[in-house]
Design a protein around this ligand. Structure first.
Ligand SMILES: Nc1ncnc2c1ncn2[C@@H]1O[C@H](COP(=O)(O)OP(=O)(O)OP(=O)(O)O)[C@@H](O)[C@H]1O
Ligand SMILES: [Mg+2]
Length: 316
């Protein structure tokens, strides 16, 4: 779907991106992860030609993007800018309507689609007549996303979409991201420097450092098979939490004690990771689970001891 081949970009003395190649599959979310200045934004902006690479080529659906007219290219690619990038002197409605106006939609269609997205993103309709600085940071970020989604582009580029938010709001919007139908079938390249966010939202992760790719792979691969010490160091400190997030509850199923539930309402074990189950167990003493017709009760001690056994068995 999106393919970068040997892409480089230099600004004066700074080699921002050094000969990188990767591809993103249709419908996949690829996260560009790395510390400040490692070249994430530059990489993203080359995909919609806001920056032209010096070397290398980029293809979208097999077509070299140099051969596609810039405006046409950008109409098919939603772009959420770092720090939302809303125009301060435009109202929210005007900000959101920029692409639809270029597409010559009539006002009725623009209005309907605006309302639909504001509703999906939990934004009150009254904000339409307000200006960006009259909104909270979280609301501005959501408007930035709404703007990018208006014309339902198949590709979405998001640069630190949750960047300026406090951890609680960030976590909340992250959960919404995971369930938002508008994002489900899109091919997404998302930038973040937040390791947990990358692991939660990315189907695959491209870890960058000083303009180069350190490692690209599935979250679990980076955790369990880091290519070198730099990758390992980058993830250090997040390892325990991330490994609990990547281990699914069903992979421990056989190690759970065999209690029979007494017809209590049970949760599908397939929808949990060890981490999310622990989260629930903070509030509840026991959770009732089902998996393939079997039912089990689980408490925190049972979960921890199953995890121990699982690790001893070296299943993963
Ligand atoms: N227009 C520019 N002119 C000069 N140098 C630039 C320009 N844009 C980026 N750079 C430099 O290129 C490098 C990569 O910048 P880039 O914005 O891609 O980093 P980033 O990974 O997005 O960082 P951050 O997480 O801080 O947003 C940095 O050293 C930056 O200073
Ligand atoms: Mg950046």
């Amino acid at each position: 779907m999106i393919e970068l081949k040997n892409i480089s970009k230099t600004f004066g003395e700074t080699q921002a991106v050094k000969n990188i190649s990767f591809s993103v599959k249709k419908g996949e979310t690829l996260v560009l992860l790395g510390t400040s200045g490692c070249g994430k934004t530059t990489t993203l902006k080359m995909i919609n030609r806001l920056i032209e690479p010096e070397n290398g080529e980029i293809f979208i659906n097999g077509e070299n993007i140099k051969t596609i007219q810039e405006e046409k290219l950008r109409l098919g690619i939603g772009y959420v800018l770092q720090n939302h990038g809303l125009f301060p002197h435009f109202t929210i409605a005007q900000n959101i309507a920029i692409v639809p106006k270029l597409l010559k939609w009539d006002n009725d269609k623009i209005n309907k689609r605006t309302n639909e997205l504001l509703e999906k993103l939990h934004l009150p309709l009254q904000i339409k007549e307000k200006y960006p600085n009259q909104l909270s940071g979280g609301q501005q970020q959501r408007v930035g996303l709404a703007r990018a989604l208006m014309a339902n582009p198949p590709i979405l580029l998001m640069d630190e979409p949750l960047g300026a938010l406090d951890p609680i709001t960030r976590n909340q919007i992250r959960q919404e991201f995971l369930t938002l139908d508008e994002l489900l079938n899109k091919t997404i390249v998302m930038v973040t420097h937040d390791v947990e966010e990358a692991f939660e939202l990315g189907d695959r992760i491209c870890l960058m450092n000083e303009g180069e790719i350190l490692q690209m792979g599935y979250p679990n691969e980076l955790l369990t098979r880091p290519k070198n010490q730099l990758v390992s160091n980058f993830l250090e400190g997040h390892k325990l939490k991330l490994s609990l997030k990547t281990v699914s509850l069903i992979s421990l199923w056989d190690f759970f004690p065999n209690h029979k539930s007494e017809n209590l309402e049970s949760l599908n074990a397939e929808s949990f990771t060890v981490w999310s189950a622990l989260d629930i167990l903070q509030d509840k003493k026991t959770i009732h689970l089902n998996f393939k017709g079997e039912q089990k009760n689980l408490d925190a001690i049972g979960l921890v001891s199953a995890l121990e056994k699982y690790k001893q068995n070296g299943t993963e």
